[in-house]
Ligand binder design. Sequence first.
Ligand code: ATP
Ligand code: ZN
Ligand code: ZN
Length: 804
Amino acid sequence: MKYASVIVDVQAMQTDRAFDYKVPEEWQQLVSPGMRVIVPFGPRKVQGFIVELKNQTDYEKLKSISDLVDLTPCLTTELIELGQWLTEKTLCFKVSAFQAMLPAAMKAKYEKVIRFIGDELEALPFTIRPFFEGKIEVDLKDIEQVASFREIHKEIECGNLEVIYKVKQKTNKKTVKVIKASETFSALSEHLSAIPANAKKQHDIIHYFITNRLNEIPLQLLLSETKASDTTVKALISKGILQEENREIYRDPYENREFEKTNPLPLNEEQQQAIGPIIHAIDKKLHEVFLMYGVTGSGKTEVYLQSIDKVLKEGREAIVLVPEISLTPQMVHRFKGRFGSKVAVLHSGLSTGEKYDEWRKIQRKEVQLVVGARSAIFAPFEKLGMIIIDEEHESSYKQEENPRYHARDVAIYRGKQHNCPVVLGSATPTLESFARSQKGVYKLLTLKERVNKRNMPSVEIVDMREELRNGNRSMFSASLMDKMTDRLNKHEQTVLLLNKRGYSSFVMCRDCGYVNGCPHCDISLTYHLRGQQLKCHYCGYEEPLPNTCPECESEHIRYFGTGTQKVEEELVKILPEARIIRMDVDTTNRKGAHEKLLTKFGQKQADILLGTQMIAKGLDFPDVTLVGVLTADTMLNLPDFRASEKTFQLLTQVSGRAGRHELPGEVVIQTYTPEHYSIQLSSQYDYDSLFRHEMQLRKTHAYPPYYFIALVTVSHPDIMKVVSVTETIVQYLRRNVANDTRILGPVASPIPRIKDRYRYQCMVKYKRDNDLHITLRKILEHFQQEMTTNQLMISVDLNPNTMM
Ligand SMILES: Nc1ncnc2c1ncn2[C@@H]1O[C@H](COP(=O)(O)OP(=O)(O)OP(=O)(O)O)[C@@H](O)[C@H]1O
Ligand SMILES: [Zn+2]
Ligand SMILES: [Zn+2]
């Protein structure tokens, strides 16, 4: 293995390929694909990933690798291949694909530390051993002075040492002090006689070690068990009888948390029908994609749990993806409760260090199951037995920056590699997935009824225009008011959803109609009650709320739109006795706040849970019997061909929070467009009709799932430049795509300017176009120069989630 092919960390078209380097003699036995290295690149040194080792190269005069970053590979061979695939599918740079698979801590600045994890210090070679006397961690730099890489590597291979990345920044490793006996128990007994009789506590401690056959014990525990003091222990350490060590412990975000052990529930008829084919696929090691279409509260999670159990018993591993906002403590409990310490949890609520620790548990195969948000799909398991994507319709499974991948596609790719089933679960599947199940590409598993045949809550649609005509100017309809009051009296709970997506709270002058817009983006500023600020959500620009209209100096400047704070204020006025919990970005931005609020609600310390989208999913509280949706239609006005589908999904999901246990539930949906089919059909839980109706529209307008879409967005500070580049792209596309591929545009983007950059776009709709990826790549290559030097930005999103 004389040469290594390396993907370097330089994000540019010209460098988006492997470069060959010589592997210095002393490292030839150490290197393997998936390790990161430092290599000379032009005048600089850069980091890179080894993707291949080989004995021959086509190049002469190669430079050598200058340093090894990893001593164990951070990417498996499967993940290296996955990276190549991602590059093709999303048109990203290879190095971005690899980086997306690693926890943030490994991208940050870190120091390498070597830790002793073996049993006997004597097992270490004499060059290395002295470093670890009285210490368990040593800077790699120090050891490197005396020991060769090969020596260190050998110890890593046989499990005596390991490499740890210590992130510089605040994330230091957490340690505890442990006390170890330096000698055998018989030697300890001999010491006893040598210790003066009046040093009673010293005797007690040694006895404690001998009678409990202890090798080591955390200091705090030893002190509390023997009622001895710190100084007594120190005395024994100074005599060499005991030793003290700092031992790293994982920063376990769920430590000190009791997870009540749960046992599998006997499955009902429908659940048994659903789990059968999944178990079959696990048994037979078949790659199949299942769409588990089960109404809210139908017990999908129990089916996941029992399938996972099967996988783990076979000695294989599983990944469960859950949308970020429904990765609630409740959800985590359900997995930890069933599988305990076999579970790693990955989500954005964890610190960089915590995420890294969880990832390491996966890498070292200390866990067999990961429950996490989107990027957990890259968990470096090597014996995958199943992948589950819960709430598969959630748009957060698509990453909105490079690489613009969809976790569902990655899951299916990995499922194929590992010959294992992929289960997509939802009460409101995406049209794409449901259409695939109709064609037999995915196997459909259906759970039509709630567990124990509980009824779906009844839904009332309230026309808010009618309310206004009847003189009700409040944001609550008469019916919702009545029902909330009724729940208060009965000590039952209410969930209120304020649908914020597509809705902004802006400030407008009533006299001249002036709306405060962002000076850098073509979008109105959003009003923030706290601090009386106007803010731009795209670039962060802020200004104080004006007292008079900047245009006509009128004082009739008013705030429009409804924020959660405003709703809360009004609730306090009309239902003064109600205890309210508000959940939105403002009340949940502190770590753990989300969980605290939900726990409080779960313990019935509040009557009403008021919140944005984040309360729509995954919650399972027995006393919630009323769900109110304040404004159902805000999303319908977005320039998004999925608007109706998304509205249906949201309404169905939030309705599903009511009446999940003994008490029956009710839902009130307030809207200005009561006749809209997605609102009507969601009130009847009629997914099948929505599917038919929406498919017809998609067919007529040539949208997914009938057509694939690619969106090309061009931006630049000069509008003429933007228009001409987009025009060139459109021309080029028209000449090079398949006959039935349609090109729309150029047009200005729905938000025509962000951060002082003008934005134009064109949309490609295609059925089958084998060369389209190549064509798009050529376009990017053509403009590469200008993108590096002339502020031009071109982004290509294959299968975009939003059209903005
Ligand atoms: N076989 C069963 N017997 C008794 N109770 C069950 C059974 N299966 C599930 N449950 C219980 O029914 C409730 C609803 O189940 P679960 O949360 O799994 O549904 P779900 O389909 O995942 O719901 P959602 O999509 O709304 O999140 C839970 O409290 C769960 O413990
Ligand atoms: Zn004005
Ligand atoms: Zn702005």
